[in-house]
Design a protein around this ligand. Structure first.
Ligand code: FE
Ligand code: FE
Length: 198
């Protein structure tokens, strides 16, 4: 009979795998970004994400379990979509807005996962684990809010009006970038994929 404890441990293994994939993807997102603020935000979240992996290891430990990941197909899928969008928008004024959208989808997945895990740890009577999961949950929410701010401050405006998105000033220039490509045309995945091996 599978109970909440089994569900909790399954989801813990899922998010552990997701976090490790995100650690590998964030430097690539930072490299792809043309906005210096966005680059810095991705690199700052990379540091936090390394902490999320360590926190999860402590959570496993607090349940007397060895830390073990289980392929998170949702994160694999989100990062594959990220690969496509980066390839499609590289060199275009909408690149940073596209990167933010990719990152926010990942953050929302994490927020949903940590929200459940935090709740369940409490129900399972493990206050220490609940506290650790709540800390990460708060960092994911802050990261999501920061991405919204960056989108509103610069990236969406640049995407709307053109420009290269490298500076904070949002002068509207005639759209010059952009790949003249039908969005339905399949795009070759970049060599530096956001997704690690499954
Ligand atoms: Fe995380
Ligand atoms: Fe995150």
């Amino acid at each position: 009979m599978k109970t909440l404890k089994n569900l909790f441990l399954d989801e813990l293994a899922d998010i552990y795998d997701a976090e490790k994939r995100i650690v590998k993807a964030l430097p690539k997102l930072a490299k792809a970004a043309s906005s210096t603020d966005l680059k810095a935000a991705f690199l700052a979240h990379l540091k936090q994400t390394e902490g999320h992996v360590k926190r999860l290891e402590k959570v496993f430990q607090s349940f007397d379990q060895k830390a073990k990941g289980q392929t998170c197909e949702a994160t694999v899928g989100l990062l594959l979509e990220g690969d496509e969008i980066v390839a499609e928008f590289r060199g275009s004024p909408a690149l940073n807005a596209a990167l933010i959208a990719t990152a926010q989808k990942v953050e929302h997945y994490e927020i949903a996962s940590y929200g459940c895990l935090h709740e369940w740890a409490g129900l399972l009577g493990n206050k220490g684990a609940a506290r650790l999961l709540e800390q990460t949950l708060e960092e994911e929410k802050e990261s999501d809010e920061l991405l919204t701010k960056l989108a509103r401050a610069t990236s969406n405006e640049v995407a709307l009006g053109g420009g290269d998105g490298t500076s904070m000033t949002t002068t509207r220039t005639k759209r010059t970038g952009g790949l003249a490509r039908n969005s339905r045309t399949p795009v070759a995945r970049p060599k530096q994929s956001l997704v690690g091996t499954r």
